[in-house]
Design a binder for this molecule. Sequence first.
Ligand code: 5GP
Length: 116
Amino acid sequence: MNNKKNIFQQILSKEIVTDFIYQDDLITAFNDIKPQSPIHVLIIPNFFIKTLNNVNYKHELVLGRMLLVASKIAKKKNIDKSGYRIVINCNNDGCQTIFYLHMHLLGGRKGNNIFF
Ligand code: 5GP
């Protein structure tokens, strides 16, 4: 069994020092280390879920909280009116590189319509 923590687990346990934008009992948000847009925030559950394939009905609250807080952060960062994009990558074709469920909040410039 592989007990090595992945990057987001190390961020949560503060083994990797990262400023949190937001944290509550269920989720944590912080800036992406390699931003793809002027605002690029990652929102993660406070407990391990590998991919979106691994969610179940017990996760409804945390999944809802991730979206709710994304909208609050967008407002706080003043990109709610100009707009933003929410992305969850899943597995290889979805370009997931960190296997710990996370939501990207991207904004601050106009994006494009190319997803694949
Ligand atoms: P994925 O491609 O899995 O959807 O996105 C993973 C994201 O995590 C990427 O945007 C990448 O830049 C970000 N990331 C990878 N390592 C770190 C890190 O150590 N700290 C932070 N803040 N973000 C990271």
